[in-house]
Design a binder for this molecule. Structure first.
Ligand code: ADP
Ligand code: ZN
Ligand code: MG
Length: 485
């Protein structure tokens, strides 16, 4: 970005809530089913049908509001937003207009939420992006285009959708990335949504404008759509900011418009201009009564989860992990859960964390697997670390055992047995080998006694060879020192 310009970004995020049923009917919320099987007169908008509110959706929205420090409205209501589109059977969408469930609030941007390559260069550390509101609405159906025909799948029609609108507080593509990563993490921690952008569970429209540094009034806002990943949002904003600056620099002007991001081309293109604002003719839905949030807030408060930064702090305090390691583990709720399951009752939780952060994460990465599909159960990782800790196998042997556990899912005890790997930690077995090596290597013994302490490594290596690599190297060292003193 040219330095005499500043960018202003505000995000509108739609989130699919994890409810069993749709927003105003009892149809199942299930994605990936055969088309048009989760439908009924209510979500198909048939005349005479009446909506019934989904309490769970209200609770999950209120919980999101609590976590993001919003003001919860004592009373909220639902309105009809009228427009015509084939994917919307009623010709209006039930949404919340002037009385949403949550007002204000904020999303904190933690260092680790930024893209990796930008974490060392954060312009506004510990920034908080303010929210305007969070409201609840229903999703529309999904259109599929085949050649000249279009098919519509109504399974998604009427499923609960939460919209989170930010203030235009975001100043760079990297901050937008951090905002989405942080928001997504909060939603997952609260178990409100799986928030996977690639699956459309979290959808983001970006509003972006640029202006000269000295300008006080915001520039013309352009809306970006069709963003399918958090990194895509970053790329799209970077492209769009440059595009807008270039036009202004040439003396051109911008108009309010909606543009589509093409991730393959790395470009935005015009979708529609916003010359005439749409009149949605909002009015309160006469079939739905206003909602008093006090009725369910006690239950919502009980759902309040441990937040990511609280978990991080607890990992440092309780398990003695470094801030950084605790941060990486807590960054992913499932990874944090795996760590805690593995560390339960372990004498060296730090060693377990090391195994997860180094060996396990790289093995998962190489196999293109997530922690949820990890072939090694947490308990077995603990057993592996304990085998090393008790000197049953060397840490070098443990690497091989680990690789086989990862490849086959076998427990560590079995792998050790099958490979005959058990490390020899019996002094009675090792000492005679040491005596033999000392007798056979008078030169090294002499060197050692003359003060060349490194000479002991040669003797140690000889003992390891004699034991076919099975002797516990620490024990071999101890015995040699004792015999030579
Ligand atoms: P609209 O009425 O077009 O939906 P809103 O005022 O509701 O516009 O704002 C929608 C989103 O756009 C919000 O997230 C807001 O923060 C953001 N926004 C508003 N004005 C600007 C601007 N000039 N530049 C960038 N983002 C903006
Ligand atoms: Zn239905
Ligand atoms: Mg708006």
């Amino acid at each position: 970005m040219k330095s005499d310009y500043v960018a202003t970004i505000g995000l509108e995020v739609h989130v699919q809530l994890k409810t069993r049923t749709k927003m105003f009917c009892g149809c199942a919320v299930e994605y990936g089913s055969e088309p048009n099987i989760h439908v009924c007169p209510v979500c198909l908008g048939l005349p005479g049908s009446l909506p019934v509110m989904n309490l769970q959706a209200l609770k999950l929205t209120a919980l999101t509001g609590l976590i993001l420090k919003c003001d919860l409205a004592p009373i909220c209501k639902f309105d009809r937003k009228n427009y015509f589109y084939p994917d919307m059977p009623k010709n209006y969408q039930i949404s919340q207009y002037d009385a949403p469930l949550c007002h204000k609030g904020e999303v904190p941007l933690h260092d680790m939420a930024y893209p990796k390559d930008a974490q060392k260069n954060i312009r506004n550390p510990n920034k908080r992006v303010r929210l305007v509101r969070i409201h609840l609405e229903e999703d529309v159906a999904k259109s599929f285009h085949f050649g000249t025909a279009t098919g519509i799948d109504f399974n998604r029609a009427g499923t609960p959708l939460m919209e989170i609108v930010s203030e235009p507080d975001i100043e760079s593509p990297e901050e937008a990335f951090a905002y989405l990563a942080s928001l997504k993490q909060a939603l997952i921690y609260a178990d409100v949504s799986d928030a996977d952008m690639e699956k459309g569970q979290l959808r983001c429209d970006c509003n972006v404008s640029v202006r000269k540094q000295e300008e006080v009034v915001f520039g013309t806002k352009i809306e970006l759509k069709n963003l399918n990943s958090i990194s895509g949002v970053r790329r799209a904003l970077a492209y769009e900011i440059d595009r807008q600056i270039e036009i202004l620099d040439r003396g051109g002007t911008l108009q309010q418009e909606t543009r589509r991001w093409d991730d393959d081309l790395g470009k935005t293109s015009l979708m529609r201009t916003k010359e005439f604002a749409h009149d949605y003719r909002y009015f309160p839905d006469p079939d739905l009564l206003p909602v008093k949030s006090e009725v369910f807030m006690n239950e919502v408060r009980a759902l309040f989860p441990e937040l990511p930064w609280e978990k991080r702090e607890r990992f440092v305090r309780h398990y003695g992990l470094s801030e950084y390691d605790a941060g990486v583990l807590a960054d992913d709720l499932q990874l944090a859960g795996y760590f805690e399951a593995a560390a339960e009752g372990a004498s060296k939780p730090k060693a377990i964390a090391n195994y997860i952060l180094n060996d396990l994460l790289s093995a998962l990465g190489a196999a293109n697997k997530t922690i949820a599909a990890c072939p090694i159960p947490a308990k077995q990782l603990r057993e592996l670390v304990s085998l090393v800790d008790h000197g049953k196998i060397s840490s070098k042997q443990a690497k091989d055992v680990f690789a086989e556990m990862f490849a086959t899912g076998k427990p560590p005890g079995l792998v050790v047995e099958e490979r005959g790997l058990r490390q020899e930690s019996d002094t009675g077995m090792i000492e005679p080998l040491c005596v033999e090596v000392i007798a056979a290597n008078p030169k090294s013994v002499q060197d050692y006694k003359a003060g060349k302490t490194a000479a002991i490594n040669f003797l140690k290596g000889q003992v390891m060879k004699l034991s076919k690599g099975k002797a516990n190297p620490n024990l071999v060292g101890e015995i040699l020192v004792r015999l030579l003193s």
